[in-house]
Design a protein around this ligand. Structure first.
Ligand code: GDP
Length: 477
C-alpha cells in the first residue's frame, strides 16, 4: 500500500533480501517490488532498529489550473522588495517613493499600511512595492513556498559598510534567483563614500555596472529624495528583462501578505493579486480559510470593485487569519472552497505545522539511493571569517559529478532565525563552526525540521559531510 520492499530496503540502507526474509519471519512472502502495508512496514523497520513515521501526502486540492493562452497574457507591474542592513534607509526609501508619487485624486486619502503599495509613474508605468522592509518577511514567505518578489532593491548606506544583513539580503535574493539593483544611499552625508561600497561589493564577487560588472547600482539619498527616479528607472529596466505577464481574465490567484483581526470588522486580509481579477463577492480559499470578499480597499482606503494582477488589496470576508505566504484562489463553488479549507485545517492539526521533510545529513543517503539528489545546499556560520572561508572552500571541493555543493550563505555570527528560514526556503543544512544557534533559531529549526550541525574542528565537519555524500552516514536512532 505504501512503499515497496526495495524502497524500504534502500531507506534503511540494507539489502532487499534482508527485508524479504524479515517479512518471511512474519509469514509474509513478499517479492522485491511488492508494496507493504503500514503495519508490516512498522514491524519490519523496527527489526532493523528504525521507528517509522507516516506522513500523509498533501491534500490534493481540486483547484483546476488552466494553462494561460499566449494571447491572454498581458503585461503586469513588477513587485519589488527593499532589503538591507538596519538603519541603511529601507523605510525612508519606501516612504519617499510612496509620498513622491501619490496620484492626484488619491492624495489626501488616509494612507493605510496594507503590506504593499502601488505607484504610477509619470509615463504611466506602475510599480508595486512590498512595504515590510527587510528580508525576514521575504524569507519567511519563501519558506512557505511563496515567491512574490520580481526585483530586489538592496540598499547600502554609503557612510557605512556592506554589513552582515546586507550580505544576508544578497544571499537571500540570490538563493531565490531574484535580480538585484543596488541603491547606494545617504550620499548627502559628509562621510559618504560610495566607492567604498562598490569596492566591498566587488569583494563579494558583485561587480556593479559602472565598474564594468552586470549589477545596476544607483547613488541616492532617500531622505532628500535624490536620484530616486534614476533608481526606479533601473528597477524598471531589470523588470522589463523579465517580461512579466499575467492573465487578468480569470479567477484571481495570489499570495497573502499579512492578516489581522479587527474587533469591529472581523478578519482583515492583505494580499497581492498575482493573476486574474479579484472582485467583490468572489469566493476565496486562502490557506486553511475561506470566505467571500465582502469589501475590498487599496492602500489609500479607497473602495475597489475589482483588482487585477500585481495589485495589493485589503479585503474583509475570510473566516480566519491565513499566514503570510499562503496562496489564495478564487473558486466557483463556495462549498468546495470551504471543504478544502476544512481538510487543510484537519491536516494541519494532525501533523503540526509541517508536512515537508527537510534535508538532514541522514536524508542524503536516502535521497542518493532514490537517485534524486543533485545539489547539497549549505549555510555556514562561524566565529571568524578565516575559518568560514576555509570551511566553505573545503566543502565546495567535496562536489562530485553527481552532487554539487552550494554555499547558499556564509557569515560570521550565531545561527539566527533568518538562517533557519533561509535553510527552509532553499532546503539547506546549517553548519555552525564554533558558534551556536540562538534560542529562537533552535526552536524554529525544530518546527521547520532544519538540520543544524555544530562543529569545533574543521576536518570533522568536512568528514561528516563527505560521508553523508557517499551515503555512508547511518541514520542516528
Ligand atoms: P531602515 O532601518 O533601513 O528602515 O532605515 P531608516 O529608513 O529607518 O533610516 C535610518 C536612519 O537613517 C533614519 O534616521 C533616516 O532619517 C536616516 N536616513 C535614511 N536615508 C538617509 C539619507 O539618504 N540621508 C541621510 N542623511 N539620512 C538618511
Amino acid at each position: 500500500e505504501f512503499v515497496t520492499v526495495s524502497e524500504l530496503a534502500s531507506m534503511m540502507d540494507v539489502q532487499s533480501t534482508q527485508v524479504i526474509s524479515a517479512c518471511m519471519s512474519l509469514g509474509i512472502f513478499a517479492s522485491i517490488n511488492q508494496r507493504l502495508d503500514a503495519e508490516t512496514i512498522s514491524i519490519v523497520a523496527s527489526e532493523f532498529g528504525f521507528e517509522v513515521e507516516f506522513v500523509s501526502a498533501e491534500v490534493q486540492d481540486a483547484i483546476p489550473t488552466v494553462e494561460d493562452k499566449e494571447e491572454d497574457l498581458k503585461d503586469r507591474p513588477p513587485i519589488i522588495t527593499v532589503m538591507g542592513h538596519v538603519d541603511h534607509g529601507k523605510t525612508s526609501l519606501l516612504d519617499y517613493i510612496r509620498n513622491a508619487t501619490v496620484v492626484d485624486g488619491e492624495a489626501g486619502g488616509i494612507t493605510q499600511h496594507i503590506g504593499a503599495y502601488s505607484v504610477t509613474r509619470e509615463d504611466g508605468k506602475k510599480l508595486t512595492f512590498l512595504d515590510t522592509p527587510g528580508h525576514e518577511a521575504f524569507t519567511a514567505m519563501r519558506a512557505r513556498g511563496a515567491q512574490v518578489t520580481d526585483v530586489a532593491i538592496i540598499i547600502v548606506a554609503a557612510d557605512d559598510d556592506v554589513m552582515p544583513q546586507t550580505k544576508e539580503a544578497i544571499s537571500h535574493a540570490q538563493a531565490a534567483g531574484v535580480p538585484m539593483v543596488f541603491a547606494i544611499n545617504k550620499i548627502d552625508k559628509p562621510g559618504a563614500n560610495p566607492d567604498r561600497i562598490r569596492e566591498q561589493l566587488s569583494q563579494m564577487n558583485i561587480l556593479v555596472e559602472d565598474w564594468g560588472g552586470k549589477y545596476q547600482a544607483q547613488e541616492i539619498s532617500a531622505k532628500k529624495g535624490l536620484n530616486i527616479d534614476e533608481l526606479l528607472e533601473k528597477v524598471i529596466l531589470e523588470a522589463d528583462l523579465l517580461e512579466l505577464k499575467a492573465n487578468p481574465n480569470k479567477n484571481a490567484v495570489g499570495t497573502v501578505v499579512e492578516s489581522s483581526l479587527d474587533k469591529g470588522k472581523g478578519y482583515i486580509t492583505n494580499m497581492l493579486v498575482e493573476a486574474g481579477t479579484l472582485r467583490i463577492g468572489d469566493v476565496i480559499l486562502a490557506g486553511r480559510h475561506s470566505g467571500r470578499v465582502r469589501a475590498m480597499h487599496n492602500e489609500h482606503g479607497k473602495e475597489l470593485k475589482e483588482a487585477g494582477p500585481s495589485t495589493p488589496v485589503s479585503i474583509l470576508g475570510i473566516n480566519g487569519a491565513p499566514s503570510a505566504g499562503d496562496k489564495f484562489h478564487v473558486m466557483d463553488d463556495e462549498r468546495e472552497a470551504r471543504s478544502i479549507a476544512t481538510k487543510r485545517e484537519q491536516l494541519y492539526r494532525e501533523q503540526g505545522l509541517r508536512t515537508q521533510k527537510h534535508l538532514t545529513l541522514e536524508e542524503i543517503g536516502r535521497r542518493l539511493a532514490l537517485g534524486d539528489f543533485k545539489e547539497l545546499n549549505v549555510i555556514v556560520k562561524g566565529d571568524v571569517d578565516g575559518s568560514i572561508e576555509a570551511l566553505s572552500d573545503s566543502l565546495l571541493k567535496l562536489s562530485t559529478e553527481e552532487i554539487q555543493v552550494n554555499i547558499v550563505h556564509k557569515a560570521v555570527g550565531a545561527i539566527t532565525e533568518a538562517d533557519v528560514n533561509l535553510a527552509s526556503a532553499s532546503d539547506a543544512i546549517i553548519i555552525g563552526f564554533q558558534v551556536r544557534p540562538q534560542a529562537s533559531a533552535r526552536k524554529l529549526a525544530e518546527t521547520e525540521q532544519i538540520d543544524i550541525r555544530l562543529y569545533s574542528v574543521i576536518y570533522k565537519a568536512i568528514d561528516e559531510l563527505k560521508q553523508a555524500m557517499e551515503g555512508m552516514l547511518s541514520p542516528d536512532i
